[in-house]
Design a protein around this ligand. Structure first.
Ligand code: SAM
Length: 337
């Protein structure tokens, strides 16, 4: 069937689904305190989709109208042979796919930046919550700041645009917001702040204690920087402002304080082939079973279309009554942040 004849994926709220986020592994070389417990039990290898299966699934989504593919995890760059998969996805660019990108902790970027660029990747999101070495260790438990900074250097040297993603954490990185804006400005990088979401149980961490609303972050930034609203969009949920003093943008992703579900265009595939129609709801569709039941992609297409008819209006995350509501049991590393 050619692309023109294939009806697009439209959910019950008339939102076109054009963005697929794919977690290629649940494993990570960091153990960020708000994301994972220190001792996680990871999935046995047989449960994971093979890279060939991921290729088949993602290619089907592209045929059904997905135009943006974000590879994530866990840490996507720790999956063995992952460059083979990037190469496979790269062949869809200009053939239905507009953008192939990834979200990474940056630890392996020094090794892979050039190859990513060769596969057609032009932008990467690097998650980085602090520029302070000790704090970095405290947040990531296992990470080394120097590795991430080398990774960012390598990505920029390879010609990749880097955007920094920072989870706003009260009592942890709230003293660094200005420094992060300044540093990103010096390096020509945009910066996005994210509100911490109630996903997965953590060892002794309290979401409400960690929560720093982005309204407060913005007010703090405005004490030093001139911020102007823009209508710039990258296909994701961030709302951007321009910083007059640096020329760079700052994005705000506010799942808690401003729900942006009405414009949601995305679904998420886990490394075991479960399709989550919403980050903050539990309903999923088992695409691995369909994939393994038949070599015929027609069944897969039907299963994907059926899943999209179940996409909910939005998530129910809520801290407003001084308790955590709408929590989902999965860690972010499962659904792919
Ligand atoms: N390992 C990659 C990385 O570090 O970017 C990709 C996966 S990670 C789960 C993706 C993003 O989710 C990171 O920016 C991380 O900070 C964010 N994240 C994880 N748990 C979160 C939570 N509970 N609330 C908000 N963001 C979270």
């Amino acid at each position: 069937m050619d692309a023109v004849a294939t009806p697009p994926l439209i959910d019950p709220f008339m939102r076109a689904i054009t963005y697929l986020r794919v977690s290629v592994t649940d494993r990570c070389d960091f153990r960020c305190v708000y994301c994972m417990a220190e001792h996680m039990t990871f999935l046995p290898k047989r449960d994971l989709l093979t890279l060939e299966e991921l290729d088949r699934l993602c290619s089907t989504f592209v045929r059904l109208g997905v135009r943006k593919l974000r590879i994530t995890g866990g840490e996507p760059l720790v999956r063995k042979n992952i460059m083979w998969f990037f190469e496979r996805m790269g062949r869809h660019l200009g053939q239905g796919l507009d953008e192939l990108t990834l979200t990474t902790n940056g630890s392996q970027l020094a090794r892979f930046a050039g190859q990513l660029r060769d596969c057609g990747v032009r932008r990467v999101n690097v998650s980085l919550d602090t520029l302070d070495e000790d704090r970095f260790k405290a947040i990531t438990r296992w990470g080394r700041l120097a590795d991430v900074l080398h990774g960012i250097d390598a990505a920029q040297a390879a010609g990749l645009a880097v955007k920094i993603n920072t989870v706003a954490l009260k009592g942890t990185n709230d003293t660094e917001a200005h420094r992060l804006v300044e540093w990103c400005g010096e390096r020509g990088m945009d910066l996005t702040f994210i509100e911490v979401m109630p996903m997965g149980e953590l060892d002794g961490e309290d979401r409400l204690d960690q929560f720093w609303s982005l309204g407060d972050v913005r007010r703090e930034l405005e004490t030093r920087w001139t911020l102007t609203d823009t209508d710039y969009r990258t296909g994701g949920p961030a709302r951007y402002v321009r910083v007059a003093e640096t020329g760079q943008r700052i994005g705000f992703i506010t799942p808690l304080t401003h729900n942006f579900c009405e414009s949601c265009n995305r679904v998420r595939l886990t490394c075991t082939g479960q399709l989550y129609m919403c980050l903050g709801q539990d309903d999923d569709a088992d695409l691995r079973a369909v994939l393994r039941a038949s070599e015929d992609d027609a069944l897969l297409e039907t299963a994907i279309r059926e899943a999209i008819t179940r996409k909910p209006r939005g998530h129910d995350f809520d801290y407003s009554r001084q308790k955590v509501e709408g929590q989902v049991a999965r860690h972010m590393s499962v659904t792919g942040g």
